[in-house]
Design a protein around this ligand. Structure first.
Ligand code: BYC
Length: 332
């Protein structure tokens, strides 16, 4: 894409006139659960909101490597270190599938990364919290990957084909991540009193931010109505959050840990857990760039990008050399 710029909402590409006939065909396809593919006509706003969401999702995977990366050199055993390295590598892979899915809509990876590095594009609020102890690595696997799966299983049915298909593979890997996190948490919860204390402290710090991952409450979610109608989003922020709570509370019980929420209790009538009010001021503070680690995370990504310039240049030079060689061979 060369004739368009990425705006702060992720919009990109030349404007496509909203033709009523093509619009009706698009609506009919989405209503019939058909997939929209890159070459298909789509409303400009559909394309913009998907570029916004998919690129934010890719940035989340990309920035999300940092909190866990903090513990690679201090993992308690060689096995834990190998597992952690493999997991972080998976997150980089997820970012690549997702940048690839967004590129099918006509935006380049360089443009998306510029938007991130310039602070114009968002990434998940959860990665702006620090990993203070080893138990935080376990909590990320258990809670953060757990929350991500609940959200992403729904996205497997997203109307945009490349995004939906990327989600299938990502979900398989995330469920493995979640189990490894839970297993690491169990080792701590069933360990020495100090280890159990560390596990509880970590649950106390990560529980509420994990609930915030699902986004603002439905009544304050500006994109939800349209994105549900377009079947980009298949379930609402609050419904997914409730599913995560219902799934995770029994897991905490099994670990013998206590959820840091005095209002949490099973509601027989609703068939769900009731839970306390999320601190939305904290959520918006973090989303707007003022969480504990926002500046540090962004700086780390900018530095890594700058330090990696020579790798990108070398890769381009190598590709050009190979292309020139094949041309020369074809001409012989
Ligand atoms: N953090 O109208 P709404 C992982 C923004 S990584 C920051 O509800 P939407 C992992 C939202 O963008 C997986 N911002 O929006 C990796 C919007 O702002 P803009 C991460 C948030 O899009 C490494 C505004 O608030 N998962 O698993 O309909 C290690 C209004 O919100 C957040 C994804 O990225 C937030 N939490 O719904 C371990 C999932 N929430 O754009 C694990 C993909 C909301 O208007 N994304 N905002 O400026 C989605 O499913 C949806 O975009 C959301 C929000 C549910 C997050």
């Amino acid at each position: 894409m060369s004739d368009a710029t990425l705006d702060s909402k992720g919009g990109a590409g030349p404007a496509v006139a909203d033709d009523p006939k093509r619009r009706a065909a698009f609506d009919a396809r989405v209503a019939a659960e058909g997939k929209v593919e890159p070459r298909d006509w789509m409303p400009e706003q559909y394309r913009k909101t998907l570029i916004r969401q998919i690129s934010q999702h890719a940035h989340s995977e990309y920035v999300g490597m940092l909190p866990e990366g903090n513990w690679v050199t201090r993992a308690p055993t060689l096995r834990r270190k190998a597992v952690l390295l493999a997991k972080i590598q998976d997150e980089a892979g997820h970012a690549l599938y997702l940048y690839g899915a967004a590129e099918t809509m006509g935006v380049s990876r360089a443009e998306m990364l510029d938007a991130l590095h310039e602070g114009k594009a968002k990434y998940s609020s959860i990665f702006n919290y620090p990993t203070l102890t080893w138990a935080d690595v376990a909590a990320i696997g258990w809670l953060v990957d757990g929350a991500a799966i609940v959200n992403q299983v729904a996205l497997q049915r997203c109307s945009y084909g490349p995004y939906a298909r990327a989600m299938v593979r990502i979900c398989k890997e995330e469920s493995f991540h979640q189990r490894q996190g839970y297993e690491a948490m169990m080792a701590l919860a069933q360990g020495s009193p100090d280890q159990k204390k560390m596990a509880q402290d970590s649950l106390n710090r990560w529980w509420w931010p994990s609930l915030m991952m699902f986004g603002p409450s439905d009544r304050d979610s500006p994109h939800s109505a349209q994105n549900m109608a377009w079947k980009i989003k298949r379930e609402s922020n609050d419904d997914l959050r409730q599913r995560f709570v219902d799934m995770t509370v029994p897991q905490a019980d099994y670990l013998g840990l206590t959820m840091p929420d005095p209002d949490l209790k099973w509601n027989e009538e609703r068939g769900h857990y009731d839970f306390g009010e999320i601190d939305w001021d904290e959520f918006w503070r973090v989303v707007k760039g003022n969480g504990v680690c926002n500046r540090e995370r962004l700086q780390a990504r900018r530095d890594a990008h700058d330090k990696g310039a020579w790798v990108r240049e070398a890769a381009v030079a190598h590709a050009e050399k190979r292309a020139a060689r094949s041309l020369a061979q074809a001409a012989e």
